[in-house]
Design a binder for this molecule. Structure first.
Ligand SMILES: *[C@@H]1O[C@H](CO)[C@@H](O)[C@H](O)[C@H]1NC(C)=O
Ligand SMILES: *[C@@H]1O[C@H](CO)[C@@H](O)[C@H](O)[C@H]1NC(C)=O
Length: 366
């Protein structure tokens, strides 16, 4: 049996198993088995994913947004409209399988936009070039899921399931579960909140499936079996923000639009009519959580046209220095910062200071 067939067989068994107290443990174990097999598929995807191992032929510069959608939902029109108005570079071959229609510059940041074709036509089964697409999808900073509002909404679910299968978790954060493997001593379970979705027997069944017979596990959230498996498989998981781009709203009434806005993380648009693309870019910007820092050379005015762009989880002064030049940290004495991150304008700060969006910085050397 191939890995895909094995997964199918276990899924069939799960579908046939009645869900009740007596079968919970068994079902948890089956879920763990499937997760392990899916991770095997991901490994294959990695090793065959083109030169650099991540499927990138082109250097990743700046942030990357992947567009995913069924054929004829208007994805390519959307891509060309967005990149057309904000384009910085012409289209170029991204890999043999996909094209970067453009690099846009938005609020000073360079953002690559790329089409991820074929991802929902069974790419996770590890067929052909699908593997490469998965590797590229997993490296995106943000995913746009493009849907045609006139088509059944279960398309959303199909795409989500497909991405889940590649270990991608959309708009989620990793479960708050600490696992420490040990040589001996058995399984020691503690929890800081009451557990309503999983019991100790189920936790043990999953851990044993992973041959983790001795470990300290601390659950700090009301986790279910899937969360537990994600915590164990954390190296194979990618937590990526996503926006649901609801296209072709041209024929919708205001009342219907109102309903669309209730879908979390959704932006209704019409790519053909260029309706609401500005909001889409605003939401994109919020989701990317980028921090722009302007450099002010000593005795000169800051350069507001070319910020250093960092991710909000890695934006200390030290991160800033490393983005400029490796040796800068060694020569660093302190920095003078203007902006939201400091109380006094300006203020001297050290390497560990956390910068905020639109700060202005002067690095002072020893
Ligand atoms: C795939 O490769 C990347 C980079 O080489 C690595 O960080 C990641 O953990 C790998 N994933 C899997 C599932 O092997
Ligand atoms: C069980 O784990 C907790 C932390 O998760 C630890 O503080 C405690 O010492 C462990 N108990 C045993 C008996 O190993």
């Amino acid at each position: 049996m191939t890995t895909v067939e094995k997964i199918k067989a276990i899924e069939d068994e799960m579908a046939k198993t009645q869900k009740n107290k007596a079968t919970e443990k068994h079902l948890g174990m089956l879920k763990a088995k499937i997760a392990k097999l899916k991770s095997e598929l991901l490994k294959d995807a990695n090793s065959s994913g083109g030169g650099a191992g991540v499927g990138f032929d082109v250097k990743k510069t700046g942030e990357t947004i992947g567009f995913i959608g069924f054929p004829s939902v208007g994805k390519s029109t959307l891509l060309s409209k967005v990149t057309g108005t904000h384009s910085e570079a012409a289209a170029y071959e991204f890999t043999t399988l996909t094209t970067v229609p453009g690099v846009i510059r938005y609020k000073g940041a360079r953002i690559q936009m790329l089409d991820l074709p074929g991802i929902i036509e069974g790419a996770k089964d590890g067929k052909g070039r699908g593997k490469q697409v998965i590797a590229v999808a997993r490296s995106c900073d943000l995913i746009f899921i493009v849907l045609d509002v006139n088509k059944p909404l279960h398309h959303k679910k199909i795409i989500e399931n497909e991405l889940e299968g590649f270990g991608i978790r959309l708009n989620q954060s990793p479960p708050d579960i600490l696992i420490k493997r040990k040589e001996r001593g058995g399984i020691n379970i503690t929890n800081t909140v009451p557990l309503t979705k999983i019991d100790h027997d189920q936790i043990k069944a999953v851990l044993q499936e992973y041959r983790m017979n001795s470990c300290d596990i601390q659950l700090r959230c009301d986790a279910n079996v899937d969360d537990l498996i994600d915590a164990i498989e954390i190296k194979n998981r990618k937590y990526i923000p996503a926006v649901y781009v609801l296209n072709k709203i041209d024929s919708f009434s205001i009342e219907e639009l109102d309903l669309l806005y209730r879908i979390p993380d959704a932006v209704p648009i019409s790519s053909g009519n260029e309706w609401n693309l500005d909001e889409l870019l605003e939401v994109m910007w919020d989701k990317l959580k980028l921090v722009r820092v302007y450099t002010k050379p000593k005795g000169k005015l800051p350069d507001f046209t070319d910020p250093v762009v960092m991710r909000s989880d890695r934006c200390t002064v030290e991160d800033f220095c490393n983005k400029i030049h490796k040796s800068l940290v060694e020569d660093f004495r302190n920095a003078l910062v203007y902006g939201r991150s400091v109380k006094h304008q300006p203020q001297y700060v050290g390497l560990s200071h956390v910068l905020q969006d639109e700060d202005v910085i002067t690095i002072l050397k020893k």
